[in-house]
Design a protein around this ligand. Sequence first.
Ligand code: MG
Length: 277
Amino acid sequence: MGQYDTHFEPEALLLDMDGVLYHGSRPLLFAREFLQAIEEIPHRFLTNNPISTPSQVADRLYEMGLAKVDPQQILTSGLATARWLNERLPGFRYFAVGASGLDRELSLFGTADEKNADYVVVGEGEGLDYASLTTGINLVLKGGAELVSTNPDHTVDAHVNGEHRVLPGGGALVAAFEVACGKKAITIGKPQPLLFEMALRDLGVPAARCVMVGDRPDTDILGAQQLGMGTAMVRTGRFAPMAAWPTGQAAPDWDVSNLEQLWLAWRKIWPHWPSKK
Ligand SMILES: [Mg+2]
C-alpha cells in the first residue's frame, strides 16, 4: 500500500489512456466530461504504447471528440525511453526494433547506428524479424550494447479492419532478444517506475500527492502503488467489472466501474473538487 492519504485532494493526476478514456477509436463513457472537469488540475497522460508519437495521440483524442490536449502533456513509453537514454548518455547511438513512431522519438535525441549502437531498443509494432533480431543480438553479445525495452506488456488489444485482435506486446517481442542474449532488458514502461517518475518530475509534484487513474492492476496500479501514489482503478478496460482483485496485490484506493463513478466518489470526499461542466 502506498503512502497516499485520501483525506487530501491530489495536487495532480496521471491518466492511462486506452481502457480509461477510449477503446480503439471509441471514446468511453464520461471520458469527455472527466477531461473537461480536470482541465485546471495539473495532469499528464501516460501510455505504454510506443507506436504513436505524442502529437499523433493528441490528434486522436481530438478526432474522437474527447479533448484538445497539448502533446507536451502526453508521455509515451517511446518518448520516455528516448529521454531516459539521453539523460544516461547524451548523443547516444541506437538500433531500434519496432514501429516507426519509436524511431522518430529516439531520433529526437540520438542517432540510429546499426553498427555501433550503444542501445538496442525494442518496442511494440512491426519491425521484428530474423534480420533485426540477428543484428540486435550481435550488438548486445559482441558490441556490448545494452538491451532496452519500451514496455513489458505481454499482449495489446487492437482493432484491425473493425475486428478485435490481440497483438504481441513489447514484452513478447523483447523476449526473443532476452533469451538469445541471456539477460533481461532494462524496461521503461509501467509498472516500472521510470515513466511515472518522469511525469511526476514534469509536474513538479511528489508521488504521495498524485493519483494515478488506470485500467490494469498489473501495470497502472501496481507501478503507482510501488511509488506511493494514490491509485484509482476504472473497470472499463481489459479488467472486467466482476474480476477478482489479484491475490497478493494491495487494493487500489478507489475501485470503480467507470470515470463517472470515480468523479462522484471524489466529489463526496473533496467538496471543493471541480464540478462537471
Ligand atoms: Mg490501459
